[in-house]
Design a protein around this ligand. Structure first.
Ligand code: AMP
Ligand code: MG
Length: 330
């Protein structure tokens, strides 16, 4: 397939919208990561998303809408907590899980009776969604398991020849995926942490929010159990920031024949070793995390990351790092 590279002008947006309505896949920017869009009302189109990504079909998709009214076309019931969140927080890097309407197929929800819905904060994302005229399912626009793409060039790397078009928009400014919030129970539950924190949600709904970061057996958010965000080379993660420990680990890798790199907060502390800055604050770390993994996997054969932030957003970043490292914590 000859993938088209589209710009943010009227003619190209019209074409992107037409392609979506014809059942084709179009990648588009959001503020979190690039999404792989399909017409949520076309089951065949939705199913082709799983094929293009190599994504397991029991990992449900998020439905993206361009305005608040469209949420009511997708959800069967919008309860009071959801109404407060829609009124006070949206558009945002926040996905809410609600009971689904029958027009939303099992291919989207992996057979669940609920649907995940997001209205992105990115203007470019909402512009594209408006031209699409239909709700649009979109997982991250990467091959399944790989670090999510935060620029159109990274979408091209994974998806060129596999999808109809890529909308070449801005780089993503958040850099990690949306917070997923389940509003179907009596208590709101965060199923996937992101930039919108439990504190922000608690302020709006006036209730405690449960955070289910590491669900074990009974998983309500199926996607969280798969391998995710992994670079092509092995990766280890440290959360102490202890220079001597990282140096010892690195030097041992060198002895074993590796060409490793330290992805760390204070690169200047590691002498002549291979180093790369992870960022100075949570925002910077999140924004460049997946891009850094894709840059470093090309040059080195072992990534040793260190991240010490203990903030709420830091926990969301840590969630991605732990999974990128396949649980290899040192
Ligand atoms: P991704 O497309 O990679 O951002 O993943 C979307 C994630 O949203 C999935 O992996 C699930 O964890 C979550 N999700 C989507 N739909 C639902 C749903 N109906 N109930 C719970 N979680 C969902
Ligand atoms: Mg993804």
């Amino acid at each position: 397939m000859d993938t088209k590279y589209l710009q943010f002008n009227n003619a190209d947006l019209q074409l992107a919208g037409e392609l979506i309505r014809q059942g084709e896949l179009v990648a588009f920017p959001t503020e979190t990561v690039y999404g792989l869009g399909a017409n949520a009302l076309d089951e065949h189109a939705v199913k082709s998303t799983y094929v293009a990504k190599g994504r397991p079909s029991d990992n449900p998709l998020i439905v993206h809408v361009w305005d608040k009214g469209q949420i009511y076309d997708v959800a069967r019931e919008v309860n009071n907590d959801a109404k407060k969140i829609i009124d006070c927080l949206m558009p945002a890097s926040l996905t809410i899980v609600l009971p689904k309407r029958s027009t939303i197929s099992d291919a989207i929800t992996a057979g669940l009776d609920t649907v995940a819905i997001r209205m992105p904060r990115s203007m470019q994302a909402r512009e594209f969604l408006r031209y699409a005229c239909v709700p649009v399912t979109a997982p991250s626009a990467n091959l399944s398991g790989r670090p999510s793409p935060t620029s159109w060039q990274r979408v091209k790397q994974d998806m060129d020849g596999r999808i109809a078009a890529i909308l070449c928009g801005e780089d993503c400014d958040v850099g990690i995926e949306s917070t997923v919030l389940d509003l179907t129970g009596s208590k709101p539950r965060i199923l996937r942490p992101g930039v919108v924190t439990s504190e922000q949600i608690e302020q709006v709904v006036g209730k405690r929010v449960e955070v289910v970061i590491n669900p074990k057996s009974k998983v309500n958010s199926p996607g969280v159990r798969y391998k995710h965000y992994a670079p092509k080379v092995p990766m280890a993660l440290d959360t102490s920031g202890e220079v001597s420990k990282l140096v010892a680990f690195y030097d041992d890798l060198v002895k074993r024949g590796f060409n490793p790199v330290l992805l760390v907060e204070q690169p200047h502390k590691y002498g002549a070793r291979n180093v790369y800055p992870i960022g100075h604050n949570d925002e910077q770390v999140a924004q460049s995390l997946f891009e850094n993994l894709r840059v470093l996997e090309e040059k080195y054969d072992y990534i040793v990351a260190s991240f010490t932030s203990r903030t709420a957003f830091g926990q969301s970043i840590l969630n991605r790092l732990v999974r990128a490292a396949g649980g290899n914590i040192i």
